[in-house]
Design a protein around this ligand. Structure first.
Ligand SMILES: [Zn+2]
Length: 78
C-alpha cells in the first residue's frame, strides 16, 4: 500500500507574499539592488531582510524573505 504524501508535497495554498508589493514601494535603484541580492547565493537573507525594512514603507518578517528566496511563495509563478 502506498502512503499518500500529497499533504506534504502539495504546494502551500499561500498567496503571493508581500515582497513584490514592498519592492514596488521602493525607489528603482533600491528595488534593483534587492532583486539582485535575492538571487546572489552568498548574500545572507538577514542582510536582505534588513535592507527591505530600511528601504520600504512597510516592514516584513524574516521568514517571508526566506520563503520568497526559496521560491516557496507564489511570486513569479502564474
Ligand atoms: Zn514572494
Amino acid at each position: 500500500m502506498e502512503i499518500d504524501l500529497s499533504e506534504f508535497t502539495r504546494k502551500p495554498p499561500g498567496t503571493r507574499c508581500s515582497i513584490p508589493r514592498l519592492l514596488e514601494s521602493m525607489t528603482p535603484e533600491h528595488r534593483e539592488k534587492i532583486e539582485a541580492a535575492m538571487v546572489t547565493k552568498n548574500i545572507a537573507t538577514s542582510t536582505i531582510f534588513e535592507k527591505i525594512n530600511l528601504w520600504s514603507a512597510e516592514s516584513i518578517g524574516r521568514s517571508t524573505v526566506e520563503r520568497h528566496r526559496k521560491g516557496e511563495c507564489l511570486c513569479g509563478r502564474s
